[in-house]
Design a protein around this ligand. Structure first.
Ligand SMILES: C[S@@+](CC[C@H](N)C(=O)[O-])C[C@H]1O[C@@H](n2cnc3c(N)ncnc32)[C@H](O)[C@@H]1O
Ligand code: SF4
Length: 451
């Protein structure tokens, strides 16, 4: 049994480790990958194949102090309209390279705040996406929603475009915490957004909640969790607040002295977890919860869940096409990221180029290690023989990667018949254990706390 003391000794409360939404992680991307690679990778998609598409909208009407996302403030629709025009041009550039008959299985609009788009812009953008490739039957179309930045006409436009899942940002309902993190948002306004979505038949709801916020206590997070449960979501992302003021300047407004200690963060997560589990949610991986009938819970039980830049997903397609400034895509051959700065992104698209800034071409070793890490974070176990067979390498190669793990992180895993399992009470260490399989140098800063 791992006690808090043992978890501390094993590094849980000190380590800064990647969240491993990709392997290699984004800090390893280099400018060696450019538009030529992505042009070839798009052309290599089998005709009639299924792809996923991620569209990034880097604008917000309000700039919440806690937020580490790449976004910029705007009070007017003008820059947003110009940006949508650029997105349409980028979609046409991608379409020119896509083989016949490709369909979209998963479409996600993230940000920033995609619901900042005017209703006509929403319809226009959706039309350009479906012109590039239509939605496959049964496809999932999800959008990140700030409940304070949405209304009937915009939801009508999204529903007409085929939206069937909404991801709603809550973070915490406590008014004092909201004030300190610069994100006022009443329960009532959140409830209203949920009701408006349901009235339009958009019943699949995901809620984002944070633990580790300033002044958060077990009583406060319990109250927020109960309020979230009362909204009837089918999926929850319970992320640890990442305090990275050197990357996100706004976070300098957050009072560091009011942040909970790593040990307190661990207790906050445990408190919220127990409430979600008592409320009928299944715990999924390191930071998600889902109702048993939800697609993610089903994929989790079937061992078919994946991890990508959006976190856990049922998405099985091997291609994620990046659209918009800073968007990251994944192809069987490697990762590619668009220009992070909106101005540079627009400049390149307007010049008729795919706006790829950097990326990474997979080696066989990357694919093997990446799959082990993905399986450990999805299922807390990795069948090394099966993974080796999938990657067409000898099982001994994968099994040898475990050598030395027991010496570094004793008593946290078992290896039996080629199956590496993270013991239940060591699951909080999953990212630290995953790091053991990471062959790249860690950057000194940039990663979030292990708990
Ligand atoms: C890209 S944001 C978009 C959400 C949408 N604009 C809203 O305000 O509801 C998606 C999620 O990222 C998470 N997030 C943002 N900053 C974070 C941080 N510093 N640490 C952990 N999660 C963070 C939040 O939970 C947020 O809901
Ligand atoms: S939380 Fe959402 S609304 Fe707030 S700054 Fe981040 S992306 Fe924008």
């Amino acid at each position: 049994m791992q006690t808090l003391t043992q978890l501390r000794i094993l590094g849980l409360f000190d380590a800064r480790v990647p969240r491993y939404t990709s392997y290699p992680t984004a800090p390893q991307f280099t400018a060696r990958v450019g538009k030529g690679h992505v042009s070839d990778w798009l052309e290599a998609i089998p005709s009639g194949g299924a792809v996923s598409v991620y569209v990034h909208v880097p604008f917000c009407r309000r700039l919440c102090w806690f937020c580490a996302c790449r976004t910029q403030g705007t009070k007017t629709a003008e820059p947003v309209g110009a940006y949508v025009e650029t997105l349409k041009q980028e979609l046409a550039l991608v379409k020119a390279r896509l083989p016949e008959g490709v369909e979209i299985e998963h479409l996600h609009w993230g940000g920033g705040t995609p619901t900042l788009l005017e209703p006509e812009m929403i319809s226009d953008l959706a039309g350009a996406i479906f012109e590039m490739a239509p939605l496959a039957p049964g496809a999932q179309f999800s959008v990140e929603i700030d409940p304070t930045e949405v209304d009937g006409p915009r939801l009508d436009a999204l529903a007409a475009a085929g939206l069937n899942r909404a991801s709603i940002g809550v973070q915490d309902f406590d008014p004092m915490i909201q004030e300190v993190i610069g994100r006022p948002q009443s329960y009532e306004i959140t409830r209203e957004a949920v009701d408006m979505l349901r009235e339009r038949g958009i019943g699949s709801l995901n809620v984002d909640l944070l633990y580790g916020l300033p002044h958060q206590t077990e009583a406060r997070i319990s109250d927020s969790v109960n309020k979230v449960i009362s909204l009837g979501p089918d999926r929850i992302a319970l992320f640890g607040y990442a305090h990275v003021p050197w990357m996100s300047k706004r976070q300098q407004l957050i009072p560091t002295e009011a942040l909970p200690s790593p040990e307190a963060r661990f207790e906050l997560y445990s408190t919220a977890r127990d409430l979600f589990v008592d409320g009928g949610f299944e715990e999924i991986g390191i930071d998600h919860f889902a109702k048993p009938e939800d697609g993610l819970a089903i994929a989790h039980r079937n061992g078919t869940m994946h991890r990508n830049f959006q976190g856990y997903t049922e998405d099985r397609s091997g291609v994620l096409i990046p659209i918009g400034a800073s968007a990251i895509g994944r192809f069987p051959q490697g990762y590619a990221q668009n220009e992070p700065a909106t101005s540079k992104y627009q400049e390149r698209v307007r010049a008729g180029e795919l706006p790829i800034a950097k990326g990474h071409v997979f080696t066989g070793d990357d694919l093997l290690r990446g799959r082990i890490i993905e399986k450990l974070l999805c299922d807390f176990r990795a069948d090394l023989r099966a993974i080796a067979a999938e990657q067409a390498v000898a099982p001994e190669v994968a099994i040898a990667m475990v050598d030395g793990l027991e010496a570094v992180l004793p008593g946290t895993t078992t290896l039996e018949d080629g199956v590496l399992t993270i013991l239940e009470d060591s699951r909080p260490l999953a990212r630290i254990i995953a790091r053991y399989f990471d062959a790249y140098e860690m950057p000194a800063t940039g990663h979030s706390q292990a708990v």
